[in-house]
Design a protein around this ligand. Structure first.
Ligand code: GDP
Ligand code: GDP
Length: 440
């Protein structure tokens, strides 16, 4: 995985493992007290405020083999440096600046990789004055923290993110952005958790930080995804029901805008409510490719007509997005979650489809021959020429004699004809009209 790599480098006992464990929540970097036991470099995927990076603990120095410390440290640091996009250079406020710090700083400076100097064990104000000494290492920004007490970690992580932001942007450029929207309790979080399985890592228990991360990056097969879960919001605290609902809709809107594909989650046990319709309406008006996923399918008692019944209900309540693909899933059991990813791929492919102008005009001519365009005020709508002007969502520009002659029903007919000819399932399609003189 090409997530940005953040390496934690420093002398033994400066608190690297303590920091690592704090950040990674679980105690993964086991502090090994047996002399001669070398700890491996340990990798941990980490997330902060929706940004993803891999933290590397470069522990692995045996504190008991005195003479080898410096060379081992160098080796560790070199490994980390080679792999890292950003280096956290840990120093110890209790020890103050020592000569070994200068040696490591020299190495780090030569790499030209970004370095943040982290002065650890600043447990209280009285420890702060020493941190200014570390500016003499000549490595730029110096951050005081107390790994043990969790002080200053939020500021440090903000700085980390600021440094790796660019790398992350490049990394995420080709990731597919999937938003999961739906009213509270339809199973958004459950679905995200099912999809992510054990891979989810989060930093949630660092004091003094508000975590509002909604984007999760993950890979599946050879594809990269960023999944946005709009669920977290109502867990924020006590707000009136009404504002919870409003807020969740507003939140969903932001996620929808950023998404390549939207999964509209509906609860099989509740049926389609007004709020479902409202959220689906946003998806449609934003022109996003959509999948309607009916969740909690495990709770439904089924007979041969069950699917048909649900399909009819969707077609009626969400008639405006008949193009959306449908799937019946269980976030709990994982039923058809794999299939959901196949749909995501299909929908994306369709949304990005570009139709050659010749083929498009053949299709429009055929449609017009089969059903004549409407007549109003004594003149008939004429369509001279069509061309696809955009993808995702696909938009077609029709040059006509008089746009006001177009009727809704005929526009719908043309759209359906285009859909019958080319596969645009799952994506909205736009038909735009422009007037053009007969002579042209
Ligand atoms: P590493 O060898 O760099 O991984 O260091 P460790 O994480 O094993 O920590 C070495 C020692 O420093 C342990 O006894 C920790 O409890 C202690 N320590 C770590 N962080 C802090 C801190 O912020 N304040 C204080 N006072 N002690 C710390
Ligand atoms: P969110 O508010 O949309 O994020 O919904 P949650 O994921 O928190 O789920 C709400 C409740 O529905 C929880 O009690 C889940 O355990 C339950 N739930 C979610 N998905 C399913 C499912 O597919 N089947 C069943 N039986 N329960 C589910």
């Amino acid at each position: 995985m090409a997530k940005p790599i953040v390496a934690v480098v420093g002398r033994p006992n400066v608190g690297k493992s303590t920091f690592f464990n704090k950040i990674c929540k679980r105690r993964i970097a086991i502090v090994e007290n047996t002399p001669g036991v070398t700890r491996d470099r340990i990798f941990q995927d980490t997330e902060w405020a929706g940004h993803y990076f891999t933290l590397v603990d470069t522990g692995g120095i045996d504190p008991d083999s005195q003479d080898a410390i410096l060379s081992q440290m160098r080796e560790q640091a070199n490994l980390a440096i080679a792999a890292a996009d950003l280096i956290l250079f840990f120093v110890d406020a209790k020890d103050g600046l020592v000569s070994a710090d200068y040696e490591v700083a020299d190495m780090l400076r030569r790499t030209k990789k970004p370095v943040i100097t982290v002065v650890n064990k600043v447990d209280s104000k009285s420890d702060e004055s020493v941190m200014y000494d570390f500016y003499s290492l000549g490595l730029g920004a110096v951050f005081p923290v107390s790994a043990e007490q969790g002080l200053g970690l939020g500021d440090l992580l903000d700085e980390v993110i600021a440094n790796i932001d660019k790398a992350e942007e490049d990394e995420n450029k080709d990731a597919i952005k999937v938003a999961i929207v739906g009213k509270p309790n339809v199973g958004k979080s459950s679905l995200v958790n099912k999809i992510l399985g054990e891979n989810r890592t989060m930093v949630s228990d660092i004091p003094g930080t508000t975590r509002d991360a909604i984007d999760t990056f993950f890979a599946r097969g050879n594809k990269k995804y960023i999944i946005t879960d709009t669920a977290g919001i109502r867990k924020k605290g006590r707000i009136e029901d009404y504002s919870i609902e409003r807020y969740s809709v507003v939140r969903a809107l932001g996620a929808i805008r950023r998404a390549d594909v939207v999964i509209v989650l509906i609860s099989a046990t509740e049926g389609i409510t007004e709020q479902d319709v409202k959220i689906a309406g946003y998806v449609d008006s934003e022109g996003k490719p959509a999948i309607i996923a009916v969740n909690k399918w495990d709770l439904v008692e089924k007979d041969t007509n069950t699917i048909q019944k649900y399909n009819n209900e969707i077609s009626t309540a969400l008639a405006f997005m008949e193009y959306a693909l449908r799937i019946y899933i269980s976030a709990k059991t994982g039923q058809r979650v794999d299939k959901l990813f196949e749909l995501i791929d299909t929908v994306l492919e369709n949304a990005n489809r570009r139709i050659a102008t010749g083929l498009l005009n053949d299709c429009i001519r055929e449609a017009i021959t089969a059903v004549e365009p409407p007549v109003a005020r004594g003149s008939r709508l004429r369509v001279y020429y069509a061309t696809q002007v955009a993808a995702a969502p696909p938009a077609f520009l029709l040059f006509v004699n008089d746009p006001s002659l177009m009727q809704r029903s005929y526009k719908g007919y043309l759209e359906n004809y285009i859909r019958k000819t080319f596969d645009f399932s799952g994506t909205p399609v736009r038909l735009l009209l422009r007037e053009r003189g007969k002579e042209a």
